[in-house]
Design a protein around this ligand. Structure first.
Ligand SMILES: [Fe+2]
Length: 457
C-alpha cells in the first residue's frame, strides 16, 4: 500500500481542494468552447487495507471551467456517507471493494449487512436534467452542483428514493433520456432504468441472467439495450475465504444480450469468452446490430491467479444478425487501447470516428479511427506522459462529426506536473490548440464529461 500511495506513477492522491482562476495557457483556447469539463477518480482519504487502486479510494472531481478563451480549475471530494463515517472515526472503516470484509463491530451499523461496501462515487461524473451525478459501480449516484458541492444521494425528481446503478450510462440523443443499468452481485440479475430528460424514471424492469457477473458498461441502439455478459463472475464465498471476490471463468463463454427497449423481449447469443470494460457505440443496420468496443482477450486480471497475464485490448466490431441468429466478431485494429469515445450526438446512430487512448508501453497517443475508411490517425505525446480518457466536445452547430475538440489531462512523470490539453479532433497533424498548465498534479483517474453552455463559478 505504501508504494502505491507514495509512488510517482501518479496513483497517489492529492490532499487539498483548490479554486484557481485564469490558468496559464500555452496556445489558445478556442473562443467557442464554453462549458465545464469534469473528471472523477479515486483519491483515498483513509486508504482501505488492502488498498486496491483503482477500485478503492474516495471520489474526487477535477473540473475545468472554460469561457471566452480563459480557464479556471476547481477540485472537490465527493462527500459520501462512507467518507463522513471514516472522518468521524479518524481511520479507514471499509475494506477493499475487491475483498469485502465485515466492518469493525465498534463502528458497524445494521444497514451495512454482512459485508460493508463503500459507495466512493469515484468512477464517473455526468450531467443530466440540470444536475451533475457522480457514479460508482453498484451504488446510488451522488448529486453534486456545478460548483462541485456534494448534495447527497441523487433521487429522481418524482421519487424520494435513490437507486443503485453502474458507473456508465447511455444517452438517447433524440429523446434526451438517460439509460442506466444495475447488476446484482449477490443475485444473477440486471435492472434497467431510463430516466427522462426531466429527471424522472420513465422505465424500469429486471432481466434475469445465468450467473452474477460484472457488467461495467453497455450500449444502446434505437430499439435495443446491448449487454455483453462476460464471465467475470462474483463469488462472495471466495472473498470470505481470503480470495478475490471476482473470478474469471472462461468455460462459461461471453453471452451477448439484445434487450428490446420496451422490456418485452430479451435474446441471448453465446460466443467465445472475452472481456469488455467499455463500448464506443452501437447502432442498427436493417436486421443487424453493429457494436464497436474495446475487447480484452481475457478477464483473468480480476482473479487470484498469480500467473494471470495482462490481456491485450483492441478495438473490435461485433455484428449480431437478429434475422439469422448469427454473431460475427471483427478485429478493427491491433493497437492496444482503452477508454473509447465518440461524439455522443451520434449515440445509437452510425458513427464514422472513434477516439481512444493508446498505451502499449512504448507509445502514448490519442488514436482517431475512421471506421468507414478503415484507417487511423494518432497524436503522440512524450513517452514520459500519462494520458487520461479523451472526451469529445462538439463545436456549436458542427456540420460534420469530427468538428470539435478532444479534452484530456496529460501528466508528465518527469516534471510531475499536469496539463489540460485541447486537441482539434479534425486535425491531428498540428500541436494541441491549447496546453493549459494545471496548478497541481492531477492523479490518474477514470471517466468524465463535457457540459457545454454558460456556467457560474
Ligand atoms: Fe469505466
Amino acid at each position: 500500500m505504501e508504494n502505491i500511495l507514495n509512488s510517482i506513477n501518479n496513483d497517489a492522491p492529492v490532499k487539498d481542494e483548490l479554486d484557481v482562476k485564469n490558468l496559464k495557457v500555452i496556445g489558445e483556447i478556442p473562443k467557442d468552447l464554453t462549458g465545464i469539463y469534469m473528471r472523477n477518480g479515486p483519491n483515498p482519504v483513509f486508504p482501505a487495507n488492502p488498498y486496491h487502486f483503482t477500485f478503492d479510494g474516495d471520489g474526487m472531481v477535477h473540473a475545468i471551467y472554460l469561457a471566452e478563451g480563459k480557464a479556471h480549475y476547481r477540485n472537490r471530494y465527493i462527500d459520501t456517507k462512507g467518507l463522513a463515517r471514516e472522518r468521524r472515526a479518524g481511520k479507514a472503516l471499509y475494506s477493499s471493494i475487491t475483498n469485502p470484509r465485515p466492518m469493525d463491530p465498534e463502528w458497524a451499523m445494521p444497514e451495512d449487512g454482512p459485508v460493508a461496501r463503500k459507495n466512493s462515487a469515484s468512477m464517473n461524473v455526468i450531467p443530466h436534467a440540470g444536475k451533475f451525478l457522480a457514479l460508482f459501480e453498484g451504488h446510488p449516484p451522488y448529486e453534486i452542483t456545478e460548483q462541485l458541492q456534494t448534495v447527497g444521494e441523487w433521487t429522481p425528481y418524482d421519487s424520494q428514493h435513490s437507486f443503485s446503478t453502474s458507473a456508465h450510462t447511455r444517452r438517447d440523443p433524440v429523446s434526451g433520456g438517460l439509460w442506466f443499468i444495475h447488476y446484482g452481485v449477490l443475485s444473477p440479475s440486471l435492472t434497467i432504468y431510463c430516466v427522462n430528460n426531466q429527471g424522472a424514471i420513465a422505465k424500469k424492469w429486471q432481466v434475469n441472467k445465468s450467473y452474477s457477473s460484472m457488467v461495467h458498461d453497455f450500449a444502446l441502439t434505437k430499439n435495443y439495450i446491448i449487454i455483453f455478459d462476460c464471465p467475470v463472475v462474483f463469488d462472495v464465498k471466495r472473498s470470505l475465504s481470503g480470495q478475490s471476490m471476482i473470478d474469471w471463468q472462461p468455460e462459461l463463454g461471453t453471452r451477448i444480450g439484445i434487450i428490446s427497449r420496451d422490456g418485452k423481449e430479451t435474446r441471448w447469443f453465446i460466443t467465445e469468452p472475452f472481456f469488455v470494460f467499455h463500448f464506443a457505440n452501437a447502432y442498427e443496420n436493417a436486421h443487424e446490430i453493429v457494436i464497436d468496443y474495446v475487447r480484452h482477450e481475457h478477464g483473468d486480471f480480476f482473479s487470484s491467479n498469480v500467473n494471470a497475464t495482462k490481456p491485450v485490448s483492441n478495438l473490435y466490431r461485433t455484428i449480431v444478425d437478429l434475422h439469422f441468429g448469427t454473431v460475427k466478431h471483427i478485429s478493427l485494429d491491433e493497437k492496444i487501447v482503452e477508454f473509447p469515445s465518440i461524439c455522443e450526438n451520434y449515440n445509437t446512430q452510425p458513427h464514422q470516428y472513434i477516439y481512444a487512448e493508446m498505451n502499449n508501453g512504448e507509445t502514448n497517443a490519442i488514436i482517431k479511427w475512421d471506421v468507414n475508411k478503415q484507417n487511423s490517425y494518432q497524436y503522440v505525446f512524450e513517452k514520459s506522459t500519462q494520458l487520461s480518457e479523451a472526451i469529445f466536445a462538439p463545436c456549436a452547430n458542427a456540420a460534420v462529426e469530427d468538428q470539435g475538440y478532444l479534452l484530456l489531462f496529460v501528466y508528465n512523470n518527469i516534471s510531475m506536473q499536469s496539463e489540460f490539453v485541447i486537441l482539434a479532433a479534425n486535425d491531428f497533424h498540428h500541436p494541441p490548440l491549447a496546453r493549459i498548465q494545471m496548478p497541481r498534479r492531477i492523479p490518474r483517474g477514470f471517466h468524465g464529461s463535457w457540459t457545454s453552455g454558460a456556467w457560474e463559478w
